[in-house]
Design a protein. Sequence first.
Length: 514
Amino acid sequence: MDRKIGELLEKRRLTDSVSEEAARKLREQGRLTVHERLGLLLDPDSFVPLGRYVQHRAVGFGMESKKAYGDGVVAGLGSVDGRRVAVYAQDFTFMGGSVGEMHASKIARIIELAVKLGIPVIGLNDSGGARIQEGVDSLKGYGEIFYRNVMASGVVPQVVAIMGPCAGGAVYSPALADFIIMTRKSYMFITGPKVVKASIGEEITPEELGGAGVHASRSGVAHFVAEDDREAITIIKRLLSYLPSNNTEDPPLVETGDDPLREDPSLEDIVPDDPVKPYDVREVILRVFDEGSFLEVHQHFAQNAVVGFARLGGHAVCVVANQPAVMAGSLDIDSSDKISRFVQFCDAFNFPIVTFVDVPGFLPGSYQEHHGVIRHGAKIIYAYADATVPKITVILRKAYGGAYIAMGSKHLGADFALAWPTAEIAVMGPEGAIEIIYKKELEKAENPEEMAKVFVEKYRSEIANPYVPASRGYVDDVILPRETRPYLYRLLLFLLDKREKQPRPPRKHGVPPV
């Protein structure tokens, strides 16, 4: 027995460590080993491994001598701040973390197990991509992972951190997840710089092609950017604190110590009276929700919109807002994608949605039209109309045309629509409207500029104000900015028990304008 126990302990030691040389190389690059990453993520002594002694079964190309327990990925169950999770972490020190058949089967199994147990999936990716030596078996493995990602979508949260390379087919599993965190040392792309140069002659570095900065600000692939592995794990933990374990649960209630009924007079100084003067909508968000609770998502992408999680009286909510400080808060292709995807996630996992509106319309121009702003803008409409969670909309200032409808209006199913006294709700802005309505009068006027000012004020007083839509029931109440927080909190307490009563048309699923 002693011999067998000794043999087991030796094998276990091999599964729980990497060579000093490999660890040294990673640390020189500012990266941690797979076991160090898991040690930072999981609660002490909570990890239960899956497929600990799995090895690949490939032959040829020298594969007989390239074997290691676990086949380059550690997978299992554990807990994060006391909450159960399923986790996998790729080990770059074994064949560059490449994905073969057995490696992939462990990831697929842990995702499938997460669905059965109703717990979040966390992936720590660090892989050179498909294991070429295993050929189609490697591709089959990827396909099985993708299938499990899709089956888990909307059932359990899926969070992936990219902590090294992620190339080729490997990028699609993170892309199917709910949130991606990229470290500054990581990159993602379908085809690497060498293939790009060979194919089209373009010379480009990995960072320029698919670095964290590119995916966070331009492609929108990455939701968060971390300086290093440690910060990435900190982001994962904070994100998890907002998320329910599965789609049958409500988001966690956390005591924040911030009085939900407090008023904030400073809100009345944030939004300028001048409808074209910019301001940062984050200042409104930070004052309305529990202090220090706002976690912005996609901060560097499509900055004309702001989305994220926050707490109101300890209750987790989703926040969506136009950002007047960027492009006047107008909607475009990227912000439409950003908002619609976030709304759909929040609806899938039972988050109430609070929307702050200050939008002059959809961004005009041939680029937007030719690249499908109509189709992308329709995604916002679809997401809000399809969402069944509590929806509260606050119109801060401008709310014009189709953008007003799209941004969570009552016409798309908002449960309550509120407006500040500064709200202007109309088909278009006063300056543009009078050019059409009073075209003849302005052409004949001796002083068209002065007459235009009179007509603008007339349009504002008679049409573009919150009281006209309020008289139709499109706005439920016009509120003081200072009372936004307590008003939202009282509404939220009622709406938490909301259930959709009206029958929806029988269908397998809708067809969103993706």
